[in-house]
Design a protein around this ligand. Structure first.
Ligand SMILES: *[C@@H]1O[C@H](CO)[C@@H](O)[C@H](O)[C@H]1NC(C)=O
Length: 365
């Protein structure tokens, strides 16, 4: 026989209440998931990360450390999403001159100053948690995944904020080597151990599974807990990576969750499309006018026979493709983006072909 419903409820309430009481009386600090955001272009990735944590029922809140390069609109958006937002000044890599892509990555070091928190799990904005990873809060002072040649990857790591560790890292950051010019540059026996004085606990690869490894092999032997979309040119928010990069589809599921709640992140580039349409008609109109008056049509007739004329259709398709690629916003939802790309590509190529055929026809008359 089970307990009656009211008794069970009372018991539950008591447990919850006493837990709260214990928490308050011990003054236990909170724990938090965190990421750093250095540019508006990573806003969508950051939002997807926050929603992905929510989807897997993460029990700690999500904090975003925004550098001064992030717009107010982006920070407002993150607050509306229900995330904790803090502003910080960017911390550049000492190797900024030679490693442009990694230039903001040292900002993560600022996390050590958030001593209001007992522990922080830092996750990069290009990561996607697939399952609940709350168990990482039980890991030590500094837990991270080693990658190729035992190099530490800073995509996912746990830390205990500590002002002295922070100051130590700030003092040492310029003297320590970095294998990639980024924040994860230290080697295991070198910079990294000095940087993270209390030692590194090695996490399973599956807490920071590099899609690069997946694409080398075409499969993951086990389903990762956190997928890290490391490959710069094929980040999952770039429309054309679909359908080529199959791991991106898992990210798209969460993106759609975000956009179902708050609407599309990118709108149709109406002004650009209008301008393009006007330009296309203007080009066609001007071209045919010039053509009619041209006295050098015989030259075109000669050209029509040459090999360059045979290459022309390929060239026109290429031109149309370039225009269409330029018009589609990079972070547009892939379905909308591919449709837009198709329409613009087709209409541009079609118009260019019209010009070309008119020229040929008139030349041969
Ligand atoms: C999260 O919690 C909801 C509601 O309790 C549950 O239905 C869902 O299966 C949970 N998701 C995961 C990934 O555990």
């Amino acid at each position: 026989m089970g307990r009656s419903a009211p008794a069970s409820f009372l018991l539950h309430a008591l447990v919850v209440f006493s837990t709260l009481l214990v928490r308050q009386s011990t003054g236990a600090k909170d724990e938090v998931y965190a990421t750093t955001l250095s540019s508006d272009s990573f806003l969508l990735g950051t939002r997807v990360l926050g929603y992905a944590l929510r989807r897997v029922n993460a029990t700690r809140p999500f904090m975003v450390l925004c550098t001064t390069d992030v717009s107010q609109a982006s920070m407002d958006r993150l607050r509306l999403d229900g995330f904790i937002v803090h502003k910080t000044t960017p911390l550049h890599t000492p190797y900024k001159a030679t490693h442009v892509l990694n230039k903001y990555q040292y900002t993560k070091i600022r996390l050590w100053t958030y001593t209001d928190y007992a522990k922080i799990i830092h996750i990069d904005a290009d990561c996607l948690p697939m399952v609940n990873v709350d168990e990482l809060f039980d890991c030590g002072h500094f837990c991270a995944v080693m990658r190729h040649s035992d190099m530490f990857n800073s995509g996912v790591f746990t830390l205990v904020p500590d002002q002295t560790v922070y100051e130590d890292m700030m003092n040492k950051r310029t003297e320590l080597e970095s294998y990639d010019g980024g924040d994860q540059g230290g080697t295991e026996d070198g910079a990294q151990n000095k940087l993270f004085a209390k030692g590194v606990h090695r996490l399973s690869f599956f807490y920071n599974a590099d899609v690069g490894m997946y694409y080398l092999n075409s499969h993951f032997i086990r389903q990762p807990k956190i997928i890290h979309y490391t490959l710069g040119p094929v980040k999952p928010w770039i429309w054309w990576t679909y359908p080529l990069f199959d791991q991106n589809w898992q990210w798209l599921v969460v993106r759609e969750l975000v956009e179902a709640t708050t609407g599309p992140s990118t709108s149709l580039p109406t002004a650009t499309l209008l301008l393009l349409t006007i330009i296309m008609f203007a080009v066609y109109y001007t071209f045919t006018r010039i053509l009619r008056r041209s006295k050098r049509l015989s030259m075109m007739a000669q050209a029509a026979d040459s090999t360059s004329a045979k290459a022309a259709p390929v060239l026109l398709i290429g031109l149309g493709t370039m225009v269409a690629y330029g018009v589609v916003p990079e972070q547009m939802h892939p379905y909308t983006a591919w449709c837009l790309f198709g329409v613009v590509q087709f209409s541009t190529t079609f118009l260019l072909n019209c010009c070309y055929c008119d020229a040929q026809r008139m030349a041969l008359q």
